[in-house]
Write a protein that binds this ligand. Sequence first.
Ligand code: F6P
Length: 322
Amino acid sequence: MSQMSIAVLTSGGDAPGMNAAVRAVVRAALNKDMRIFGVRRGFNGLLNGDIIEIGIRTVSDIIHRGGTILYTARSPEFKTEEGINKAVKTCQQMGIDGIVVIGGDGSFRGARDLSKKGIACVGIPATIDNDIACSDYTIGFDTAVNTAVEMVDKIRDTNQSHNRCSVIEVMGRDCGELALHTGIACGATAIIVPEVPFDIDKDIIDRMMATQRTGKKHFIVIVAEGVGGSADIAKYIEEKTGIETRHTVLGHVQRGGSPSVHDRVMASRMGAYAVDILARGGSNRVVVSKKNEITDYDISEALEMKREFNDDLYKMAHEISV
Ligand code: F6P
């Protein structure tokens, strides 16, 4: 039997732990006597042939590094029929039998389209948003929450000194997971997420006033970016309560930094598992974590799944932040 060749790429927004996943894919592939290639800048690398062969030491000293050594991009050209055909041609020319695609939902659509054209693809969920319906966990989320919590803790110090309120916007696109977990870990007075409709007077102002009556003097309000208008929320709070209010957008700091232990371990498990699937002849699969077990689903089915928001956790967060 001829030697199998596979490639690995990172696509979409970067996430801490992507490097650990690349490392795991490379090492698992080499262990199985496969040839392994790195595709640079996501699917763009498949379009313009920006592909390098990777050796065992190419991935040394990256397990602890944020970002991605393969670079990443969002590739509009790849979404066209012409783009996909070009990518297939590149794979055929280079003898690439399969690809591990590390990224989010958008990247999995690309993986599904390539699989349909005969290039075996396996996805690994990696995004700080934890917004992929099929998997309990996406690589990068734990590190991003820890970064956000560290930042909010610092804001809390100055908040406390000045008896202020801080409205802090966290990332997450249309998903409130980052906001919910940051809010719980920081004991925020209010957490506003896109999944739950909110009334600014009832859900923020009244809560602040009630806690003020029992002696609270400084306040943290976490707003998910998907809600929009966090600056206006801060302005309204100051006008309505007379409490000096500051507005902070945490931004891309949440995307960087050394991955946490959880992200390194998840990335290693998922990376090795993805290569197993390809070695067994699998295609159009996505690696997922379910109740801390690693398993896999058909990508097309996974993309149809609807994400569920944890309403009980959200309710609990507000019950104890009084
Ligand atoms: O998907 C990850 C994420 O950081 C989102 O939380 C955010 O909405 C988006 O990417 C930001 O994208 P960009 O890096 O293109 O500004």
